[in-house]
Design a protein around this ligand. Structure first.
Ligand code: IMP
Length: 213
């Protein structure tokens, strides 16, 4: 079931002139806010009277979750999980639960709120774990979808943006724990340079920042 089609091309089109050197602006803050509002509306309509539990995966999805629930007009709960992946970039699909949900989801309507789905391996594992706890229903709401990279078949009922196969930062997404607090989504043009110097874009965004440590 897919409730939302990919957004219009205009929402995905880079406006590169607005980005600091080495980054392309993929989705600006206004487009993010508009899309989150629409997803919240879709969830509101779908879950009216069912008091869903929105399960967010730490840490990247927290900004999205916070904006999403504030736009939802129904009773809902939030809960959190922390997981870690093994293998290069999580490519093994082996995931360990570092911190589990605080509540029991048996018989509940559960929506997994994800920041980004890439290969889909992490989400596939998580869905298996949650399904084994017998929720009444289990769906996914993912803001960014790198669908060209998908290697497992996943049903994303509520989807924000289809994005290209590029490494992205901002709006919750990090590199080496930095850049989560950017209010737009940026694609990194030179990932090797960023790996060598994780803080290379910090002066562009936070000119007053010192070393930070
Ligand atoms: P998957 O298991 O390959 O789908 O990987 C999903 C996880 O990889 C996400 O929850 C992110 O933590 C991370 N990830 C994938 N692509 C990106 C990216 O472009 N920027 C930041 N993190 C990413």
């Amino acid at each position: 079931m897919t409730r939302s089609d990919p957004p219009p091309a205009s929402e995905e089109t880079p406006e590169e002139s607005d980005a600091p050197p080495g980054l392309d602006l993929l989705i600006d803050s206004a487009a993010l806010a508009a899309r989150v509002r629409r997803l919240a509306l879709e969830l509101t309509e779908a879950y009216e009277g069912r008091r869903p539990v929105l399960v967010s995966v730490l840490k990247g999805a927290t900004l999205f979750l916070a904006d999403l629930v504030r736009r939802m007009d129904i009773e809902c709960e939030v809960d959190f999980m922390s997981i870690s992946s093994f293998g290069s970039g999580g490519a093994s699909g082996i995931v360990r639960i570092e911190q589990d949900l605080s509540g029991n989801i048996e018989g509940r309507h559960v929506v997994v709120v994800e920041d980004i789905v890439d290969t889909g391996l992490t989400l596939q594992y998580l869905l298996r774990v949650l399904a084994a706890r017998h929720p009444a229903s289990l769906e996914v709401c993912a803001l960014f979808d790198k669908d060209v990279r998908r290697i497992v078949d996943l049903d994303i009922a509520f989807r924000g943006f289809s994005i290209p196969d590029r490494f992205v930062i901002g709006y919750g997404l990090d590199h080496d724990e930095l850049y989560r607090n950017l209010d737009a989504l940026y694609a990194v043009t030179d990932i090797e340079a960023l790996v060598q110097e994780p803080a290379r874009h910090v002066p562009s965004f936070f000119p007053a920042a010192g070393s930070g440590r």
